[in-house]
Ligand binder design. Structure first.
Ligand SMILES: [Mg+2]
Length: 359
């Protein structure tokens, strides 16, 4: 496959409601859409930024893309591995851009061969349906209850609760939801906001009220592996590393320090689809559980992540909800959804097209 054109444009889709986590607030996606044309087909990738979870923000990605993309034209790509190495070598300083480039190249390569992404990677058996959780951003008690009730009526039972600012207030909000919305399972995500002591205090407060906690994601700061390890040891809970996992070297460190029992795989952190698949398989061999998530991404990014989840033999947590938080959908295809259930749609590449082109 020979690359004939490469293009980047801002992809800022408004959110239905502001999205607040311990370290950031967003009102629209902060992404760039990467388009690669090759062999009479087109591949798409979403470079989704969410600083400080990602180092880059949208202007950094656009600037790097302007410098990088023209140099890709004329390159030949013959394998999925070549997609990752070409992307990594051209966007070393901007991992989010490298990941989106890799996805766009993988998409184009699979389409040029008339296959889907699983086929391109030689994966014979994939999962067809996934149950996603839904994110409940940090807000006042009444607001969290209002949002929670809406999603509960839509059939969602796994709530990814953003915490990490005040464990006392957040515990109260979660206990309220637990008391009035039957059958909830919580996945806590502190986005690095707590000390180990705060995380452990929150866990015991929630348990005292019978709240079901499936896992505790990134309770402590990225580099506070002692804190993470203390929550693993003393919390009796599945500790998911997110901010602490940005590379294969991070995975080794987490395993060595026993600082996590699961990892959150996000394509934009890890160099795109192929590298995330490889890292996920390694994490499974290490006995870790897998969450597949994303930044605040559109249908395009969510489909790439859902495809990763579908291609891995075992995924504990699908956190693939952000396309449902947007006020509009600039893409078609990839997956169909009903409530929390995602059904993958068969197609070439990742199977997603721009709505304005498909129409
Ligand atoms: Mg997270």
């Amino acid at each position: 496959m020979q690359i004939t054109a490469a293009h980047a444009e801002p992809l800022e889709v408004p959110l239905r409601e502001p999205f607040t986590i311990a370290t950031a607030q967003m009102v629209a996606t902060r992404a760039a859409l990467i388009t690669i044309a090759a062999d009479a087909t087109v591949g798409l990738g979403e470079a989704a930024c969410l600083p400080p979870v990602t180092r880059e923000d949208l202007p950094d990605v656009m600037l790097a893309a302007e410098r990088t993309l023209p140099r890709l034209v004329g390159n030949a790509v013959v394998s999925p591995e070549a997609c990752a190495s070409l992307a990594a070598s051209h966007a070393q300083e901007t991992p989010v851009l490298a990941a989106a480039l890799e996805c766009a190249l993988v998409d184009a390569l699979a389409r040029s061969r008339g296959t889907n992404v699983a086929g391109l990677f030689g994966i014979a058996s994939t999962t067809r349906t996934l149950e996603s959780d839904i994110t409940i951003p940090i807000a006042g008690e009444a607001e969290m209850m209002r949002v929670g009730s809406l999603w509960h009526s839509a059939g969602f039972r796994a709530f990814k609760a953003k915490v990490g600012k005040s464990w006392e207030e957040e515990s109260r909000a979660l206990c309220n939801m637990h008391a009035s919305l039957p059958g909830l399972r919580f996945r806590l995500d502190a986005n690095a906001g707590f000390t180990a002591q705060e995380a452990l205090a929150m866990l015991s407060e929630l348990r005292r009220h019978g709240v079901v906690v499936e896992c505790f994601e990134q309770p402590c700061a990225r580099d506070d592996l002692d804190g993470m390890a203390a929550v693993v040891r003393e919390g009796d809970v599945d500790v998911v590393a997110d901010e602490s996992l940005r590379s294969a070297a991070d995975l080794d460190l987490l395993v060595r320090r026993r600082a996590a029992t699961s990892v959150n795989l996000k394509l934009v952190k890890l160099g795109g689809f192929g590298p995330s698949l490889a890292l996920g398989l390694r994490a499974l061999r290490e006995g870790l559980g897998i969450m597949v998530g994303g930044m605040v991404e559109t249908r395009l990014g969510m489909t790439c992540a859902a495809t990763l989840a579908a291609c891995l033999p075992k995924v504990k947590y699908a956190d693939l909800d952000t396309a449902w938080l947007l006020a509009s959908d600039p893409f078609v295809g990839g997956f169909a959804s009903e409530g929390p259930m995602i059904t993958m749609i068969e197609g070439h590449g990742f199977g997603v097209s721009r709505a304005d082109v498909a129409r």
